[in-house]
Design a protein around this ligand. Sequence first.
Ligand code: CUA
Length: 164
Amino acid sequence: MHINRYEKTWIYVTGVLTAVMVGVLTFYAIANNIHPPSNVETIDSASLHLTAEFAEENLGVKTNADGSVTVTLVGARYGFYPRRIEVPANTPLKFRMASFDVLHGVHVPGTNVATMVVPGYVSEVNTVIPTPGEYTLFCNEYCGLGHDQMWSRMVVVDNGSAPQ
Ligand code: CUA
């Protein structure tokens, strides 16, 4: 079968571009631990308040028996609740988030925390934050008129443990 040589060139060009893009994604997935939300755990967003985990009084920061920390948050128009959390530096953190209403996203600049919070699913992110300070959890998915006001505060405190 005859293939025009320009056609052939473009086949190579698109092949190389595809390889480069897949390579870049793979590199960052491995080197920076950046990955799409993959926690396929479902939940009924309309009755979050009736679940044990996401009931209002159970939200926030909990220290587990092994010293790691679980942060349970609900995203709802317009905030991540509780609005202010305090977590230790250099400690494994597991964020578990659910939306009460529509699609939200959470992005914490300076960390690898960036995920969509899709109604009907629990979003889970694991991270360790080495630098103490004040961080902001921004909503990065348009969720309504108050979207640009949707943020919460995270204070990372130095608990004296060495960097990992
Ligand atoms: Cu929530 Cu934008």
